[in-house]
Structures are given as C-alpha cells and as structure tokens.
Design a protein around this ligand. Structure first.
Ligand code: HEC
Length: 141
C-alpha cells in the first residue's frame, strides 16, 4: 500500500517537473470547470447539491496548494502559456494569492451548509480568480 502511494506521488512529481506548463493549465481548466458548475448552482440554473459544492471547494483548495510549485524559472515561455512575466517578478505575491485562494476554499468546505451559505462563500472565492488573472495572466486575444 505505502509503496503504491510512494510510486503514485513520484510519478506525479515527475510529470509536474517535466511539463509544468501543461500541468498548471490542466489544473486551471479543472478549476474553470468547477467554477462553472458552482456558478450554475449559485444562479439557480442547477439544483443545489451539497456534495458537488464540497467537491468544487476541494478542487479549488487542491489547485491553490499545487499551483505555486508549477512556475519554475524555465517555464516562462512555451507550451502556449498565458502566464505573464510579472509572476516571476513578484513570485511571493503570486504565491500568496494562491495561498489565500486555498485558505478561502478550505474555510468554505467547513462553513457551507446550504444554498445561501454556498452563494456567499462562492461569490467571495471567485473574486480571487479575477484578482490574480488581472495581473498575472495574459488576456485572450
Ligand atoms: C493566484 C493566481 C490565480 C488564481 C487565484 C486563479 N488563477 Fe486561473 N490562471 C492563473 C494563471 C497564471 C493562468 C495561466 C497559466 C498558464 O497558461 O500557464 C491561469 C489560467 C486559467 C485558465 C485557462 C486554462 C487553460 O490554459 O486552458 C482558466 C479557465 C482559469 N485560470 C480559471 C480560473 C478560475 C475560474 C479561478 C477562480 C475560481 C482561477 N482561475 C483562479 C492564475 C490564477
């Protein structure tokens, strides 16, 4: 059991190191998909589902924990990345924003109990997206 876990962790680490750009883009795609599901529930387009709500926040918390490790010096360009040079110029601030994103998501996992509490937590957390993209992600042309 332990050996299997160790191998699985090892493989993840290797993938992340060999292609941090693809890895971080995939993580953000998952975050985008989770945010879409959450937005639908918050707007009443889909019925509120507590299990889904917790899954969304878990996806956010996981992304917030993993993303800071996926911006090595040699990943500034290539791989169709939208990451801006500002990331490497303000690495501490950039990582701090992911820490906050993860912390907000963890707080929501503990506090969200119903649609009303979901709406307010989700509304707060999704402010993190724009606050980071504004400075650190190239706008789509
Ligand atoms: C602390 C910074 C930060 C936060 C917070 C953040 N993002 Fe991102 N996001 C990025 C960066 C940087 C990229 C560009 C990554 C790249 O192209 O290498 C990105 C890319 C994306 C992409 C494009 C992925 C692709 O390549 O197809 C989506 C979608 C996205 N983010 C959604 C979100 C959503 C939704 C949230 C909030 C729930 C969020 N992000 C929160 C920094 C952040």
């Amino acid at each position: 059991m332990l050996a299997v876990v160790a191998i699985a962790i090892g493989v993840t680490a290797v993938v992340a190191q060999s292609d941090p750009i693809a890895t971080r883009k995939q993580i953000m795609k998952n975050v985008g998909a989770a945010a879409k599901t959450g937005g639908g529930m918050a707007k009443g387009e889909a019925p509120y589902d507590q299990a889904k709500a917790l899954e969304i926040f878990a996806t956010f918390a996981d992304a917030g924990a993993k993303m800071p490790g996926l911006f090595p010096e040699d990943s500034k360009t290539g791989g169709d990345t939208a990451a801006l040079p500002a990331i490497w110029q303000n690495m501490a601030d950039f990582k701090g924003k992911f820490d906050k994103f993860a912390a907000d998501a963890k707080a929501a996992q503990a506090s969200v109990k119903d649609l009303d509490s979901f709406k307010s937590a989700f509304g707060g957390i999704t402010k993190n997206c724009g606050a980071c993209h504004e400075t650190y992600r190239a706008k789509k042309s």
